[in-house]
Design a protein around this ligand. Structure first.
Ligand code: ZN
Length: 121
């Protein structure tokens, strides 16, 4: 069709594609769902009727989803970047030594940090 756009009368061929009953039903269901959604949105936003209220709520929804993803990312990042409080060594794959809220790669780091803190106070 791309190579020979005028060779055949494509519209006259009328190839409708596989349109089954199931597809028709699904189409109808989708339409019904969209209708219900629109109705819901209209109820949620009384008088907010700008030109495209559905677009607004879609944008809000997208922002919400983005935020959720960001929160998820932040959570996993925080978990991933736990490091030794003294030397900064990554604690990934290690069993860290804990002291109060701090984690350390080794007892040496823990003791050094504890001594430093004790010196400050
Ligand atoms: Zn360390």
């Amino acid at each position: 069709m791309v190579d020979h756009p005028d060779k055949y009368d494509y519209s006259r061929a009328q190839v409708p594609g596989p349109l089954t009953q199931e597809m028709e039903a699904r189409k109808l269901e989708k339409k019904r769902a969209q209708k219900a959604q629109r109705k819901q949105r209209e109820q949620q936003l009384p008088g907010a009727g700008g030109a495209e209220p559905s677009l607004c709520s879609q944008r809000a929804l997208a922002a919400e989803q983005r935020l959720a993803v960001q929160l998820q990312d932040a959570g996993s990042t925080l978990a991933n970047i736990s490091r030794c409080w003294h030397c900064g060594e990554s604690l990934l794959g290690r069993i860290p030594f804990h002291y109060l809220d701090f984690s350390f790669c080794s007892t040496a780091c823990l003791q050094t940090h504890r001594r430093a803190r004790a010196g400050h106070t």
